[in-house]
Design a protein around this ligand. Sequence first.
Ligand SMILES: [Zn+2]
Length: 412
Amino acid sequence: MSSIPLYTLNILFLVGVAALLLGILLGGWMVRRPKIWSGNRSLQLREAELEAYRRGLDYVSDGKTDQAIREFSLVARMNPENTDIYVRLGQLYRSKGEVERALRIHESLTVRPEIPLGVKVKALLELAHDCRTLGYCERALSILERAASLDPTNREVYQSMLGLYQETGDWESAYEIQKKLYKMRGGGNGKVLSHLKIEEGKVHLGQGRVKEALRCFKTAIALDKKCVEARLLFGDALERQGKNEKAIQAWEEVKEADPSFMFLAFERMEKAYFELGRYDHMGEKYLDHLRRHPGDYLTRMALARLYQKKEMYEEAVREFQEVLNHQPTLVEAYRILHQTYLEERRWQEASAETTRMLEILSAQEKRFGCSHCGYRSVAVFWKCPQCGHWDSVKLLDHGSAEVWEDAGHRGG
Ligand SMILES: [Zn+2]
């Protein structure tokens, strides 16, 4: 050792360090540039990979999940750099209920250091889907937030978030994400935003935070003036505060949104007027509405019931008859008319109404059904008018309607 001069040792050491550094650099380059190196794989191997991939896709479109998994696993073994195949493999495992396995595949993909951003975001989206399927909503959300920070322009990420927020009842966040999505799309739908606000308001109302609920319903109305539910609930919240007069005013607004749903407002107004000791107002309200919307049979039924409650039987019967003139198969109207006759001890008329109702019901009765598509008919048929099958007609079993319903779906 002593025969070797010190400077020679130094040079040897330096050469060693340089070689090591070169090795590290070269190794890193090889890892970062897998495509160039995979280019050296034999043409045969690449063709085999492509073939297996094509077969896998065919199996996927035929719904043969196990075979598709076999082919895609083959692709993954031949070319571990094909990151897309792992995304697909995970999807297939999830679709056959092996969600934990899907999760492990997608998770291992997300921790690979060298994969391109697009694949990484895709893998995170899949991983979030796996977590959601397993009921880990919190974890799914934090994964999606990570994906959003990597690619803030990816709409699919926000779409997934939106679904999760709706599922977990976080309506405030759902509203914000929906707004963001509309902004990205350059246009939106006030109806959807309105309903998200309504859902938020319902939660507040259910937990006794009436002021917050009112704020939500007000925003919902501003977003969509035609929203019936928002106006109904706005009135409900005011009523909860004991403001019956204001509640009635709010419910009156339902006719601005859609007058055919006024019957829902009237139900509430009857109660509020009763509490205010002004129940007599309701009759005039109904008549006023019916002058403008004579075909609104649900409101006419409400008026008839009001007459019935006040024991104004002649008027009640007149309104029910009017409803039945236009809605001759409305069983509910027969039922209450029948009841009204009974209260008045008009037995003959009660019995006549029952007979009329039974006649109408039996004339509509579907006795035959198609065992192929589930079509139902009053008259017998030999060629199904819906699906075109010959001799698929079966007698309907009225004792087990649900069983028949299922058979119809299976046939389709
Ligand atoms: Zn049919």
